[in-house]
Design a protein around this ligand. Structure first.
Ligand SMILES: [Zn+2]
Length: 315
């Protein structure tokens, strides 16, 4: 904050400005007291990196705080593994700040949609498991492209990746990792550098899949969040050049389109896994709530027959 205020003071002419006169000598020009305008307040604009500064002489200015830059220091050493699928699995999520700004593209680092299409299945709790990415139907053999510049961190085959099928994982200089699942073919190798838009594989239906589609996942230090926060998949457009990741985004119940309050509430939810012999009444009593509330939260009827392993939001 101090740096910002100093910059504002400097820009507003509070400090002497050194100017060069026509014979090449340096002289200091000190503004008259009446010319000095002092910043009084700042107003938010729609863009969190641009503020409006109000001065005591009733004038105002736009002030650019400066978007974060892509800082790749250590990004390709920290928890790097070409043999472990989730390289950050032992990284304590408590070390991730409450809020982190990540630059997605800059003059050196580009973006390209991995594929475009209608999202068939989003980032959500689906049946009995967490669906930690988004699914976009494709034709087997369609090209799948790297979303951002990076280095291929992991190449996996169906027998090693569980549900992902043939998988490519790319680590990007800003720390994000993108996962491309169910491929019919890999077209890159581990440790290979890729540019945004480079073809990394062909689409398919390998692994846990009911038809050809791309499973696209985004992780920050091992934590997934809704990829629709980054990309509008129908148009392929990147939503912004910077993303602000909040801790509550890492919950499977938090998704694009929610307000911050809705996302926070969703992330704080308590979820219960149904066991043999459970009834809605019994679960409600256990969590100090009512059958009615549980039905509303899950969009179910009070007569619903519970299945073992099914997850219900209880609060
Ligand atoms: Zn999927």
């Amino acid at each position: 904050m101090k740096k910002i205020l100093l910059s504002i003071l400097f820009l507003s002419g509070f400090f002497p400005v050194f100017a060069q006169n026509n014979v090449g000598q340096i002289k200091a020009t000190i503004p008259a007291a009446s010319e000095i305008k002092l910043p009084m307040d700042t107003i938010d604009t729609g863009d969190k990196f641009i503020k409006i500064v109000l001065y005591d002489n009733h004038s105002w200015d736009y002030y650019d705080i400066g978007r974060p830059v892509i800082d790749s220091t250590n990004m390709f050493d920290e928890y790097w593994s070409t043999t472990v699928l989730h390289a950050y699995k032992d990284y304590p999520s408590s070390l991730i700040p409450e809020e982190v700004d990540l630059r997605l593209v800059d003059s050196l680092h580009g973006y390209c949609p991995p594929i475009t299409g209608v999202v068939r299945s989003g980032y959500q709790f689906r049946r009995t498991r967490e669906h930690q990415g988004i699914d976009i139907p494709l034709h087997t053999g369609d090209t799948v492209r790297a979303a951002f510049d990076g280095v291929v961190r992991y190449i996996g085959y169906t027998k090693e990746t569980g549900g992902y099928g043939n998988l490519v994982v790319i680590r990007h200089p800003n720390g994000l990792e993108t996962y491309y699942g169910h491929l019919s073919r890999h077209l890159v190798a581990a440790d290979e550098m890729v540019k945004a838009g480079e073809v990394i594989g062909l689409g398919g239906s390998t692994g846990r899949s009911t038809g050809p589609h791309l499973h696209f996942e985004v992780r920050y230090k091992g934590q997934t969040f809704d990829p629709s926060r980054l990309i509008d998949f129908e148009t392929g457009a990147l939503r912004d050049t910077v993303i602000t990741l909040h801790n509550h985004y890492f919950s499977i119940y938090s998704h694009y389109g929610q307000t911050d309050e809705e996302s926070k509430a969703a992330a704080g939810r308590i979820v219960y896994t149904v066991r043999s012999g459970d009834t809605l009444g019994g679960i409600a009593a256990k969590y100090g709530t009512t059958v009615n509330n549980i039905c509303k939260l899950n969009g179910i009827s009070s007569k619903k027959i519970l299945r073992i392993g099914e997850r219900l939001i209880v609060r």
